[in-house]
Design a protein around this ligand. Structure first.
Ligand code: B12
Length: 135
């Protein structure tokens, strides 16, 4: 038979576990802001992302905690959030400039993401690069 005292002990053990699991496991990845047009100094950040979390969420969390990082985006009907500016530098259709999204894995291959910031899921060891460039 389960006594009330035993039930309480089980509950007390279980509750903190469920609370810590609720938001998944936070992990760091590296976010590097590169300006390939003006060749200004790269900026590196260590945002937190929950397991399976999207880049946009990690960027919003970073922006809220670090006054040296800010960004804006517009909403595209078909593809979701389009990264418009980073740290005050705006991409511009007229000048053919934009913020390109790149990822670099541990094996050093830089790949161009095939989705935007609203769908991109950073991996814990990855370096995500926001590259201001032209097309
Ligand atoms: C041209 C193009 C671009 C140009 C758009 C500027 C221009 N005026 O030419 C540039 C080079 C800027 C671009 C950038 C990117 N693109 Co693009 N692009 C295209 C392409 C080849 C044609 C779009 C188009 O002209 N449609 C015709 C016009 C009339 O329709 P439109 O709705 O007005 O088009 C606009 C949107 O498509 C928007 N757009 C373009 N790319 C992207 C990407 C995202 C994530 C968003 C939200 C909007 C968006 O810009 C267009 C012009 O205003 C499509 C593939 C295709 N064949 O459709 C890929 C495509 C839309 N792009 C894609 C991607 C992934 C990107 C990037 C994330 C690539 C990267 N790694 O950096 C970046 C966006 C980064 C950011 N800042 O958020 C993917 C989107 C997939 C997805 N589900 O997210 C597509 C489908 C290609 C693919 N991989 O299959 N792109």
């Amino acid at each position: 038979m389960v006594t009330p005292a035993l039930l309480l002990v089980v509950l007390l053990l279980f509750v903190p576990w469920t609370v810590t699991q609720k938001n998944g496991q936070d992990s760091d990845f590296e976010l590097v802001v590169v300006n390939s047009i003006l060749n200004t100094k790269n900026m590196t950040y260590l945002p937190k992302v929950v397991t399976g979390g999207i880049l946009l969420g990690a960027m919003k969390t970073l922006e809220a905690s670090d006054s040296d990082f800010n960004f804006t985006y517009t909403e595209d009907l078909n593809y979701g959030p389009y990264l418009e500016s980073v740290n005050g530098v705006f991409g511009n259709h007229k000048d053919h400039t934009y913020w390109e999204l790149l990822g670099q894995s541990v094996d050093d291959n830089i790949t161009r993401a095939n989705v935007g910031i609203g769908c991109y899921i950073p991996r814990p060891t990855e370096m995500v690069i926001l590259n201001y460039t032209s097309w």
